[in-house]
Design a protein around this ligand. Sequence first.
Ligand SMILES: NC(=O)c1ccc[n+]([C@@H]2O[C@H](COP(=O)([O-])OP(=O)(O)OC[C@H]3O[C@@H](n4cnc5c(N)ncnc54)[C@H](OP(=O)(O)O)[C@@H]3O)[C@@H](O)[C@H]2O)c1
Length: 229
Amino acid sequence: MTAFVLGATGFVGREVVRQLCVRDTRTFAHVRPDSSSLESWRTRFAALGAEVDTTPWDAAQLGAQLRALAPVQLYILIGTTRGKAKADAIDGDIYEAIDLGLTKIAVEAARLSGCHPRLVYLSSLGADATARSAYLRARGKAETVVREAGLSWAIARPAIITGDRDDTRIGEQAGAVIGDGLLAIARVFGGRGLRDKYRSTTPDVLASALIRIGEDPVADRIADGADLR
Ligand SMILES: NC(=O)c1ccc[n+]([C@@H]2O[C@H](COP(=O)([O-])OP(=O)(O)OC[C@H]3O[C@@H](n4cnc5c(N)ncnc54)[C@H](OP(=O)(O)O)[C@@H]3O)[C@@H](O)[C@H]2O)c1
């Protein structure tokens, strides 16, 4: 079994790579070719047993690479933040440009490859192409691109992902603490389904769920809440 991971350097992506390697899946960890940390990622991923791929973000080039490697799953675990977009000098709607834009490239590459990988897409709770939030709107549109690719797919919609990041995200941590506290109270009053759906998760739990839905014989499904535990 071979898997290709886009967004491998992310908080979730690196854990997906680690867990795939533990399972003896041949794993290609994609790192953008202009990454300032490329050498450190090479060392880190080599230690896990993964192979680093630095194909540029271009549908034709990525498609040719996927054709050569023939992965069974293509994990798409990408997205920007305000801070990252600023560092990348991206203007305008950053989520439309990166979260949606790179997903379109990934999906087009998978289609061009002709090797029919399953698309395993990390989305977000609340993703909706008509949402008022630019982030959730881009996620909703990206989900449509994944679902309409003509390939098998699995979409994960987690709530907040928390844990020890390289870059501290105060809002994320505070959101998780407050949200989980309120949900614990809701559970006392019988809101178990609510708690399952909205409570925060961690990269290890989420990575294992992503791999599970990526390898599940049942394809074309959206997983959230208890499905991602
Ligand atoms: N954090 C949450 O609470 C949460 C909740 C639900 C859903 N999600 C979604 O899940 C996604 C992954 O989460 P995460 O925490 O793993 O994110 P992360 O740590 O920020 O990782 C994002 C990944 O996207 C890549 N990326 C970002 N901008 C790029 C660009 N311009 N060109 C190429 N690659 C780029 C990053 O590569 P570099 O390392 O090279 O920058 C990295 O591999 C997020 O983007 C988010 O939309 C997050």
